[in-house]
Write a protein that binds this ligand. Sequence first.
Ligand SMILES: [Cu+2]
Length: 138
Amino acid sequence: MRVTKTLPIALLSLAATFPAFADEDDKTALCAEAEERYVDIFGAPSSEADGVVVVTMYKYSFCPPEITVKPGTTVRWVNVDKRTSHSVLSPDAEMPESDRAFPEESVEFTFLEPVDAQTLCGPHWETRNMIGMVRVQD
Ligand SMILES: [Cu+2]
């Protein structure tokens, strides 16, 4: 009990102490690695996916961490991890939690209305800060 209560607070204060470490540079390298995994699995870059915008899920991160899309866009979250399963939900966009996506599987959601929607991985958003952002703008 004590451990589960105090760990997120400890992580938060670490991120506050080292704000530069916590995100940008780490995510750029991590997301480049995620894209390599994607190409290995699917044989083409994620930008070439037909009719959808791809966000990869890799090492407890969404890649890219933030995207901006038009209303009506379908986002496909693809798990490029080797072992971990993930899900996606977004209370901001009234998107219920998806089924688990196991490695090489994906889930999709179509954003119809403009919204700034945080996207959460059900099993990992609290413990691993696995949180992304989809901005839907006209
Ligand atoms: Cu996850």
